[in-house]
Design a protein around this ligand. Sequence first.
Ligand SMILES: [Zn+2]
Length: 251
Amino acid sequence: MLDCHCHLLDTGVPAAVFFDSLSGCHVTKLYCNTTGASQWSALTAAAAHYPQIIPFYGIHPWHIRPAMAAADLQLLAALLEDDHCFCGEIGLDRLCATDFSLQEELFIRQLDIAMGTKSFVAIHCVKAWGRVLEILASYQGKINFMIHGFHGSREVMERLVAMGGMISFSNRVTQPSRQRLQDVLRVTPLENLLLETDFPVHKGDKGDKGPGLKKYCQIITPLYLFVSRLRHVPLAELVQIIDRNGSLSTY
Ligand SMILES: [Zn+2]
């Protein structure tokens, strides 16, 4: 199985401990995202050891450091010169404290870098679909991207798909209260579909004590099973589809 969005460096344990915990589920590759420059060298070191890691470098809207932005962007551009490195996670978030125009500036500058280095991009969007769609339209045909943890409407999904975007669903879609999102998943073209854990998105997922790492397999396996049932696609076939979709973007 491919996990199209997680945060290895936020698990609170060394990569070796994390990868040991994956023996309970068959995860072959993970898109490991970062939220700022302070995580980039650790990700590079981990990716050199673990071929399962697909590294994503980016400045998340929650973690913008205005005074460091110029230096961070320069470093990002250098990292993304490598064909095996990708851009994420970046985006816009109306619920975070960071000034929105600063978020927009960093989002656009990172998209410019991704366009220049032909890097696939992982995008975060909270309550800012109008602006994200507007900005992405100006890059149409110039960047390849995925929306991570998609929770928008069918109309937004269709507009993103029309731009060639990949739509990634997290296990949030399995919750009984998410009927509307399940309806969107039902009609998302299979060739644009990705699946992700967003691990460790919940506080209880962090650290090696308690449910923590054990929970990883309890997120990814049920998610794939749920989507397999919802889309009437056998699990083995779904695993292949997601793997192929991911391969086209990043391998
Ligand atoms: Zn994330």
